[in-house]
Every structure is written in structure tokens, then in C-alpha cells.
Design a protein around this ligand. Sequence first.
Ligand SMILES: CC(C)(COP(=O)(O)OP(=O)(O)OC[C@H]1O[C@@H](n2cnc3c(N)ncnc32)[C@H](O)[C@@H]1OP(=O)(O)O)[C@@H](O)C(=O)NCCC(=O)NCCS
Length: 147
Amino acid sequence: MSGAPRLRPLRAGDLPALAVLGSRAADELERGAAVDVLVAVVEGRVVGVGAVDHVARPGAGVLFLLLVDPDHRSRGLGTSLVQALETCAHGRGAGVTEIEVDAGNDRALALYERLGYRRVGVVGPDGSGDRRRVLRRTPARAAVPPG
Ligand SMILES: CC(C)(COP(=O)(O)OP(=O)(O)OC[C@H]1O[C@@H](n2cnc3c(N)ncnc32)[C@H](O)[C@@H]1OP(=O)(O)O)[C@@H](O)C(=O)NCCC(=O)NCCS
């Protein structure tokens, strides 16, 4: 059996595996078309998750809930999830995608910047004093044919 990862929409049956990973995806199942939630499956096991909120910010798809099992990191799953969620967002009409990252989460920050996200602001501090960076990606415009 191939070990190639597969991305597909979240199902209720995935929730126990996601809870083991420490993901709180259950609430998102109730939100219907407002969100798309994708899981990454390797050899039948759910090893990653990510979501995009289509309604939080007009004109933007807001990525959240991104998590990959520590044993499956650094293999491109995070990248695949982000890119598939971007496709969902643009398919729903979003001109840009955004994501908030804890200010100290250097690894996630590096991943998003490598994928073309730029820092556009900071939110917080929240009750526990944490700040979050807001990152945004604007897709390159399609080339305009000469003439
Ligand atoms: C952030 C997170 C989702 C990234 O997931 P990931 O699957 O490791 O991401 P990727 O594999 O696509 O990219 C991560 C690294 O692996 C490298 N990589 C990607 N594909 C690779 C491959 N086939 N072989 C080797 N390395 C690879 C990338 O270059 C990248 O390197 P870097 O961290 O030095 O920049 C994961 O670290 C995670 O779950 N963190 C905890 C939760 C979290 O912080 N979520 C983000 C909240 S905003």
C-alpha cells in the first residue's frame, strides 16, 4: 500500500484521531458551508488537519486549525494542507488568504513566509499576554498577454 498522503474533507469519524493529536476540530463540523476542513491521511491514519473560514473576513479566506502529527512533520504535509485550503478559499471568491500565528511560533512563520505570506499586522496581547502575527498572501496576477 502506498504511503503517499491524501487530503480529503473532515468526517465525524476522524474526530477521535484528531483529539489524540490535540486538535479541536469538532466545533467546525457544525459550521456547514462557512468553513472547509481538510484532513491529511497517510496509510489510513489521519495525521494532519487544517481549515479555512470563508466568512470571518470579507474578501479573505482565513486559514486556521493547522496541525500535523509530530511524527509526520517536515514531509510537506503542512505545505499541501495550506495550498489545498488556499484553493478552497479562492474557489469561494476570496482574493487573499490570511493566517494568524503566535508571535513565538517561528517554524510556522517560516513555513508561511516560504509559501508567499507577508506580515501585515499584529493582534493582541490577549488575556495571557500573547501576541499573534497576521500574515496575508495575495496570489500573483495571471500574466497579461502582450498586445
Ligand atoms: C506548522 C506545521 C503545521 C508544519 O507542518 P509540516 O507538515 O511539518 O510542514 P512542511 O513539511 O510542509 O514544511 C515544514 C518543513 O519541512 C520541510 N519539508 C517540506 N517537505 C519536505 C520533504 N519532502 N522532505 C524534507 N523536508 C521537507 C520544509 O522545507 C519545511 O522546512 P522548515 O521548517 O525548515 O521551513 C507543524 O509544524 C505543526 O503542526 N506545528 C504545530 C502546530 C502549529 O504550530 N500550527 C500552526 C498554527 S498557525
